[in-house]
Design a protein. Structure first.
Length: 253
């Protein structure tokens, strides 16, 4: 299993990915360019989504334990169309989130959309998930600008574990044949997900072979989990159809 970065490191990495995102926005020839990995969005749409997301989660963390997210009137801010102003707005959005996280600390409860997953409903879990959101959207922006880079190793290695815990594991009913799948990073780490009718869990791998295994760099695994690169580009052992079922599966249904 990966070691979760310390809370201050999560905030530091969030700041770093935000700067990389802003650099991609700054370097792009046209803010109206379509984003290949988000086909309904232009680069400006992506920037607006990212900035609004930082502000929304800043307000959510600041509100503390709650049964619902804060009303949009608390965090709404119009994204400027002019590039320099947009870059400044993005930096301000991240400052709001970083300040809210530092003020809250990692253990403060807050609303999250992952009510019953294996991730807790805390500011620390928000920081961890927002780092992955920021990292993937930075890849989106870099790809649009023509200079996509792999996710940083420290971010990507935690990203596999974070995605499985937040988006997969929980008391959900797996409606297909029970199976164990492995995600194997070429950096030397493996995560095992077991799927059954009585729940989905991240467990320590053992000597028992998994029903299917996906092998790639940690960055490629995260990008595949978020649908940014096709599974066909990665090495798959065993029943490849299991991963197709996983991508199409909605745990809440």
């Amino acid at each position: 299993m990966s070691q979760i970065p310390e809370f201050p490191d999560l905030i530091r990495l969030l700041d770093e990915r935000t700067e990389a995102f802003r650099a991609a926005i700054s370097a792009a020839p046209d803010l109206g360019a379509p984003v290949p990995t988000c086909p309904e969005w232009t680069l400006f749409d992506l920037a607006r989504h990212v900035g609004e997301g930082r502000r929304r989660w800043a307000a959510t963390v600041a509100a503390g334990p709650a049964g619902a997210p804060p009303d949009s009137s608390v965090w709404e801010s119009e994204a400027p169309r002019e590039r320099a102003a947009l870059l400044s707005w993005l930096a301000g959005s991240q400052r709001l989130l970083a300040d809210a996280l530092r003020e809250a600390g990692p253990d403060l409860g807050c609303w999250t959309w992952w009510e019953v997953s294996a991730s807790p409903q805390t500011a620390g879990a928000v920081a961890r998930h927002q780092l992955q959101e920021m990292a993937v959207h930075t890849y989106d922006a870099q790809l649009t600008a023509g200079a996509a880079e792999p996710l940083p190793g420290e971010v990507a290695l935690d990203g596999v574990d974070e995605f499985l815990a937040t988006c997969c594991a929980g008391p959900y009913r797996w409606p297909y044949q029970p199976v164990a799948v492995d995600y194997q990073a070429t950096e030397g780490r493996t995560w095992r997900l077991t799927l059954a009718a009585d729940g989905v869990r991240v467990v320590e791998p053992d000597e028992t072979p998994a029903g299917a295994a996906l092998r790639a760099t940690a960055s490629e695994l995260v990008l595949a989990l978020y649908g940014r690169i096709p599974l066909a580009e990665l090495k798959i052992d065993g029943d490849a159809g299991v991963f197709d079922l996983l991508l199409a599966w909605d745990p809440e249904e």
